[in-house]
Design a protein around this ligand. Sequence first.
Ligand SMILES: [Zn+2]
Ligand SMILES: [Zn+2]
Length: 204
Amino acid sequence: MDIAYAGYSPKLIFGQFIIEVFVPYMTRRMTELSGRMDLTRMHAKFEAIFELTSLLHFIYFLRTGGHSTITESILSLRNWNNNQPTISSINYDTQNRELMWHAFRDVILLTYPFIDKARQKVVRKQKLARKFSSRLGSYDIECVVCDKPAVIPMVGQKCGHMACYTCVATSRKMTCPLCSENVEQMEFLAKKLEDGERGILVNQ
Ligand SMILES: [Zn+2]
Ligand SMILES: [Zn+2]
């Protein structure tokens, strides 16, 4: 694109190479060689912070121009067009920047509704889960027979023991598998909750 660092001392160019290539490579290599988890985690954290700062810096660059990366900011380097600008030629540098800024902004504006929708979906799910767990309330959701979360949960009418429908049905009698036989009738938890809710509505 005919863009280069023009008119800067080799020292500055070398400095940029050190900061952008050598330092990240060496720190990564050292943490890898040390094999320490805390160092690796710290390195990842620093890298994430640097990436975020770079992104913010780039957005700032798109809006206002100037240095395109942090390193360029520190060393006050700048890309210039190799061709000497003439009065008749258009300054494409600014136009490109403007174009990128608008593309970036449009992408954000376009994707925001989708992100928002996804977020709302998650929030709705969490609300539903909270509501369901509060309705279950005192019930232990583990089956007393198989010790796993009850599938199609049934609950003892008085004892409140929870069991899967399949675990209850294998005994051929719809009674609590834990309490003495033929004493505690089991009923579906869903039905009980529904009845309970209707009861609350009636009582109000
Ligand atoms: Zn079970
Ligand atoms: Zn029971």
